[in-house]
Structures are given as C-alpha cells and as structure tokens.
Design a protein around this ligand. Structure first.
Ligand code: IMP
Length: 502
C-alpha cells in the first residue's frame, strides 16, 4: 500500500514567527547574516561561506555574469545558468573572475560614422551618457574619442551630424594605462575633475572606464564576497549529462562552486555526477545537489558527497511541475523535514551539510521563515529577475515597467537536461511558463531593504545570527481566516500602489 503522510504539506504563507525576548543588544546593526555555503566537519570552519543568505537561481532569466557581480558585491552568490553552451557559460564565469571592481567594460559604444541620432538612441537603450568611440565600434576597439552629454546640444544640432565632428578626440582625452590601480585612477579623476577615465593599452585599445560614481559605491560594499585573490566568488549550474566536459571547463574558468541543477535530485544520475567529480577532483571542487523535498532525499545526496543540498519541487513562481506531473511538496514542510534530517546526519557523522530552500519566496518575510525553519541559505529566481541586473528585457505592459521571466522547463528555455530522466534529448512537455514580473529597480536597494526587514524580524525573535534564529524561533501555523487578518483589512485604501513587500 502507498505511503500516506499524516500531515498536509504547507507553504511559507501558512506560518508566522512568534516574537521572543529581545535584549538591549539585540538590534539590527548587531545581526550577522553570515552562513555556511559548503559542508564542514564539527569544530571546523566551512571552506566557503556567504555574507548574506541569498543565492540567485540557475536560470537564463536570472543569473549571468552581470547578476553574479552585483550579488557578490552584496555578499551573495549567483549560479550562472547551465542551459547554454559550455563555452559561453565558462566565458561568463571568466568575466566574473576577471572583473576588476570599479573597472567597467564600456557598454555604450559608437564608431566615427555614427550620428547624433545614434547617440540619442544608444542613451535611451543603455541609460548611460558616457560613450566610447572606437575604430570598429566595439567595447575594446582602438579608442578615437568619447562622447558625453557635454559634447552636443540637441536643440542646436542636426540629428545627422557625425560623431567624429563633435566627440572629444583621443588627443584631448586624459587616459590611464592598463596597470593603473583603482586608487590611482580615482586620484586622476579628482585631479582633472573627470566623470569617467578611459583605461587603454599600449595600442590605444580601450580596456575599461573607471567612473567617479563607481569608486564612491565601492566603499559602500562592506559585505562583498571575495576569494583569496580579491576576485568575486561565483557559482555555476551543471547537469547530469555533460559533466565530464562542462565541469573541467568551468573549473578552468575559475568557478568557486557548482550546483547540479535538476527538478528532481533523488536519482542515480546525481549520485553518478557527484562520484565523477569526487573521482577527478576530490574535495577541491565544491558541488551542491538537488532538488529534494524530504529527509530521505537529503540523506541520499549527503552520502553521495554533496557539499550542500537544495530543497524544492513545484514551488517556484514560474513552475507548473505540480500541475503537469503531480509531484512536489509544500516548500515549508519540505524545508522543515530536510532540516531535521540534516541535523540528525550532523549528530551521527559530525558533518554539517548546509541546505538551501529553493523557490516559492513571495514576501520578504518568507526568507526569514525559511531560515528559521532550518535553511542555511535561500535560492531565489523571481525576486532577482525583477532587478536592473537580470539578463532579461525591461518592457512596458499596460503602463507599467515589467521584466521578462521564464522557467527553465518552459518552451522558451527548453532546458531538457534539468528534467531528463535518461530519456530523449528533448523536452517532452513543459514544466514552466514564460511571464512578466514587475520591474523593481536595482539589486542593491532591494536587497538592502529585504535584509533590513530580515534583521528586524530576527531581533524580534531574540536572534543575532541565523543559527540562533534556528534555535530560538517559535513558529506557528496560521488559520485561513488569520491570514486575511494579517493584511490591511476593513479599511478603504487611499493608495492603490502595489504592496512594496512583494
Ligand atoms: P522562484 O524564486 O519562486 O521564481 O523559483 C525559482 C526556482 O524555480 C528555481 O531556482 C528552480 O528551482 C525552479 N524552476 C526554474 N525553472 C523552472 C521551471 O520551468 N519549472 C519548474 N521549476 C522551475
């Protein structure tokens, strides 16, 4: 006879935290959100930790190199999507590892024959007013000048005027050589009252710009997550099919952590993938596995050698796995169950394998609940897809700015490896949708707000660390009626703008 669970499975929205005693020291500025990313032995420190408990989803619509840099600046990690060629994924990893904080590859580039109309169109597209003019119009071509807002007057000039006739030419520019440090570049910027300093090589090829505003903002990233060579930490998704080629390419590119990305992780395919990595790299290459939704699945992957285990089937915002295949489990129940097994495994073996709740975060408080329920960190897709740094288009829909967001199992992504159970090399049926999400601005501002709420809630629970939250949290299921009570009710709202919590 089939196994029946005694309890229904629940989602985060069905729970609340009940406050505990807050001492006078329990204030948000004293809270540390540092959390382990990979397994470690009792009494030892993990080889990799996060400074904030957030990682971005292994998805085309979420995690590319730009997202990875933005999130590492705040203290989290992106897992660059694996549903692309090995070469392009490795190139993304390489770009993150080669990224010099404060040194920006020019994203607005012109050639001499472009016109003022092209300048205006480019400004509209990128939102940037400093543009490089290079011989071939590429970001690293030979620099022949730059155009900024100071070089043209829209009201006095024809749209056909050629860039070469109004740009500031190279011989009038102040530039710096490729080995300049950020500090030196900043001094040049200040001495000459510049907004942007082009960095060029010995052949006058443009390498980067250093912007005045970026130097300022670098000082504002106290949590940034760096390796021992001061490069940003970056992750990448892999699958259970082409790992023998993909893993070496990613390792060669400098990846810090891998994650087997699959809709269902309790499988022989994952065990084989982990075994291959251990055989070829021992513990030098760190790799997470998943997704699972119960203790049994966790133990299988922990014993197979996973560095962390990811939880969640069917809870993602773009996910229709439950409707399509009838498998899955409420995300809160799955997290609680896996956390119990993680603790049991730790007691038995002395090895702590971090767990990551993946998908289904709607409100910011869901993040805090997931941590309180035992998750060490959280993976989010929809949340990050709404920001400037996600790789997707920003479009206007019904008068509101939206970003595109699609599932890896959608007809758009066609990531068959994520759903493959050893069958055809194609997606037999879709398990995800293609959608829009409300545009929300910069990652930095949004993450700061979400984490501020998280720290306040932790203080309400008397906790200054995530571990303390997991020990002290008092969690209650709420009735359907009390969920209604939790929102604004029985009043006529004056302001109909959407709830900023979403
Ligand atoms: P979200 O944060 O609720 O948007 O969920 C993101 C998570 O959904 C990802 O990290 C994946 O685990 C999962 N996911 C991504 N694409 C699909 C899909 O097409 N179908 C089902 N689940 C998906």
């Amino acid at each position: 006879m089939a196994y029946y669970y005694d309890e229904p499975s629940h989602t985060f929205s069905e729970y609340l935290l009940v406050p505990g005693y807050s001492s006078a020291e329990c204030i948000p500025s004293n809270v540390s959100l540092k959390t382990p990313l990979v397994k470690f032995k009792k009494g030892e420190e993990p080889a990799l930790s996060l400074n904030i408990p957030l990682v971005s989803a292994v998805m085309q619509a979420v995690s590319d190199d730009r997202m990875a840099v933005a999130l590492a600046k705040e203290g989290g990690v992106s897992f660059i999507y694996g549903s692309q060629s090995i070469e392009s994924q490795a190139a993304m990893v390489r770009r993150v590892k080669n990224y010099k904080a404060g040194f920006v590859t020019s994203d607005s580039n012109l050639s001499a024959n472009d016109t003022l109309a092209d300048v205006l169109a480019l400004k509209e597209k990128t939102g940037h007013s400093t543009m490089a003019v290079t011989e071939d119009g590429t970001p690293n071509g030979k620099l022949i000048g730059i155009v900024t807002g100071r070089d043209y007057r829209i009201s006095r000039m024809s749209r056909d005027e050629k860039v070469v006739d109004f740009m500031t030419p190279f011989d009038r520019l102040i530039t710096a050589p490729k080995d300049v440090t950020l500090k030196e570049a900043n001094d040049i910027i200040w001495d000459h009252k510049l907004n942007a300093l082009p960095i060029v090589d010995e052949n006058q090829r443009l390498l980067y710009f250093v912007f005045r505003k970026d130097y300022e903002s670098k000082k504002n990233n106290p949590n940034e997550l760096l390796d021992e060579k001061k490069r940003y930490i970056v992750g990448a998704g892999i699958n259970t099919r082409d790992y023998a080629e993909r893993v070496p390419a990613l390792v060669e590119a400098g990846v810090d952590i891998l994650c087997i990305d699959s809709s269902e992780g309790y499988s022989e395919w994952q065990r084989m993938t982990l075994a291959w990595i251990r055989e070829h790299y021992g513990d030098r290459v760190k790799v997470g596995a998943g997704n699972v939704v119960d203790g049994e699945g966790f133990r299988f992957l922990a014993e197979a050698g996973a560095d962390f285990v990811k939880i969640g089937i069917g809870g993602g915002s773009i996910c229709i796995t439950r409707e399509t295949k009838g498998i899955g489990r409420g995300q809160a129940t799955a997290t609680i169950d896996v956390a119990k097994e993680r603790d049991k495994y730790f007691e038995e073996t002395g090895i702590y394998v971090p767990i990551c709740s993946d998908g289904g975060i709607v409100y910011d408080y869901h993040m805090t609940l997931a941590l309180a329920m035992g998750s060490d960190f959280i993976m989010l897709g929809r949340y990050f897809s709404r920001f400037d740094e996600s790789p997707t288009n920003k479009v206007m829909v019904n008068g509101q700015y939206m970003k595109e967001y699609w599932g890896e199992g959608s007809a758009r992504a066609r990531n068959w490896q994520r759903y493959d159970l050893g069958g055809d090399k194609k997606l037999s049926f879709v398990e995800g949708v293609d959608s829009y999400v409300p545009y929300a601005g910069s990652l930095k501002d949004n993450v700061a707000l979400s984490l501020s709420k998280m720290k306040h809630t932790m203080c309400n629970c008397g906790a200054l660390t995530i571990k303390e939250l997991q020990k002290k949290a008092k969690i209650t299921l709420v009735s359907a009626t009390s969920i209604v009570e939790g929102g604004a009710h029985d009043v006529l709202l004056k302001d109909s703008t959407p709830n900023q919590n979403q």
